[in-house]
Design a protein around this ligand. Structure first.
Ligand SMILES: Nc1ncnc2c1ncn2[C@@H]1O[C@H](COP(=O)(O)OP(=O)(O)O)[C@@H](O)[C@H]1O
Ligand SMILES: [Mg+2]
Length: 405
């Protein structure tokens, strides 16, 4: 297993049809501490690219067959993280510009100085390493926020499960006493020892037992629903996207946040037709949960009639839109620009990590959606989420038939 403290050396593709130049380039790559992987032509390079992830690629522009620029186009798609340096002949400035336009990291004119090339490779590798590090940090932050959300979730689950559980247990206690007592009364009746009036009460008592069993079942059903809702959050953290109904995910988030909301605000749901979206359910639930908990935390416990309004509707371009609006403190104008930065928080330690909105934004970006905010200090805040719809409409069969025809 690789550890993060000693990352493997970066690999650099060296694509050049001239053997002597390849050797020289390979030598320079080694000098900067990276591993050169050499290819005499684009076809070989493509094959190598299936086995290696390149941090950097040195591409000769002029080669028989596929040119370095053609290969660059392909590389940008298959390995967008790779920083390419195009080596082109002196006096061929146009192709250098073209290389940059195609997404090359840098270019170098032949004949080149070894030091100059070494310096450029170093820059390309440094930038690659920084990007790797940033991606690793972001993955860690997502995980940290997931744990924080799980804390919120656990509090919600305990609260939600406790009520039906208390109800089930007290009903079972009652049955525990009632059934033996009823049994004894029936026995007495069988032996004709009990008072005659007792007979009439049996039917009543059995009805009470029946209705208690129904209550128990109802309580157990509630626990089962809670377990189903929790699954929306606890689903494996892999990035599998499926078709999800934003209504169900938002409802699950509201239930989980209820313990935070209950004594501060009432929840008003305004759900209109909204398309299904292609998303990872647990991730989308994390977004809604963060927004709803933020809304609850922004509401002061001042005894006023506060509201958290959640809206769902279909946007003008068919997108799924969601809004969480609170009547809380609002956001100071000087804070607006920082909301989505990691670790920006105005909450006391222990209450806020400053990761919630940063994570929401990264998740929404990964769904190719948009997250925006409007706030009026002293009045409240609205967070709006827009997600591209999946082609299949959730609740609009007429659209489906239009597509079919
Ligand atoms: N609904 C809201 N109303 C007022 N301020 C908000 C709201 N949502 C977020 N904020 C502000 O944005 C900051 C960052 O939020 P977030 O990233 O979720 O981190 P945290 O909640 O841990 O502080 C909060 O500390 C708060 O100042
Ligand atoms: Mg938060």
């Amino acid at each position: 297993m690789r550890t993060n403290t000693s990352p493997a050396p970066a690999t650099v593709l060296v694509l050049d049809d001239e053997p002597s130049l390849r050797t020289l380039l390979g030598f320079i790559v080694q000098r900067v501490g990276a591993i050169p992987i050499e290819a005499p032509d684009a076809a070989t390079a493509r094959q190598l690219a299936t086995k290696h992830t390149f941090a950097c690629a040195l591409l000769d522009k002029n080669m028989p067959g596929e040119s370095g620029l053609e290969f660059l186009k392909w590389l940008r798609v298959t390995q967008p993280g790779c920083n390419a340096i195009v080596v082109t002949a002196y006096g061929n400035m146009d192709s250098a510009v073209e290389a940059l336009r195609l997404g090359a990291f840098d270019f170098l004119l032949k004949p080149f100085e070894v030091d100059a090339l070494e310096h450029r490779i170093k820059l390309a590798l440094e930038q690659w390493q920084m990007r790797q590090e940033r991606e690793r940090m972001q993955a860690m932050l997502v995980q940290a926020d997931r744990l924080a959300s799980l804390g919120v979730l656990a509090a919600g689950v305990v609260h939600e499960v406790n009520t039906p559980l208390a109800y089930i247990l007290s009903n079972l206690d009652w049955l525990d006493e009632e059934l033996p007592s009823l049994g004894k009364a029936l026995e007495r009746h069988g032996r004709r020892e009990g008072p005659a009036a007792e007979l009439g009460s049996f039917a009543e008592r059995l009805k009470a037992v029946e209705s208690t069993l129904r209550d128990i079942r109802e309580g157990a059903e509630r626990v089962r629903h809670i377990a189903r809702d929790v699954k929306a959050f606890a689903r494996d953290s892999d990035d599998e996207s499926v078709l999800v109904d934003p209504r169900e995910v938002l409802d699950a988030a509201l239930k989980m946040a209820l313990v935070h909301i209950r004594y501060r605000a009432r929840v008003v749901r305004d759900y209109q037709d909204v398309p299904l979206v292609l998303a990872n359910e647990a991730r989308l639930a994390q977004v809604f949960l963060n927004l709803v908990v933020n809304a609850a935390q922004a509401i002061p416990e001042d005894g006023k009639d506060h509201e958290i309004r959640v809206r769902l509707w279909t946007g003008p371009n068919g997108e799924a839109c969601a809004e969480v609006t609170d009547t809380g403190t609002g956001i100071a104008p000087e804070h607006m620009a920082h909301l989505f930065e990691p670790f920006f928080t105005t909450k006391p330690a222990g209450e806020g990590t400053g990761l919630g909105l940063f994570i929401c934004k990264s998740i929404v970006d990964s769904f190719e959606g948009n997250l925006s905010v409007e706030s009026c200090p002293g009045k409240g805040t609205t967070f709006r989420l827009e997600l591209p719809p999946h082609v299949r409409a959730a609740r609009a069969p007429e659209q489906l038939s239009a597509v079919a025809s």
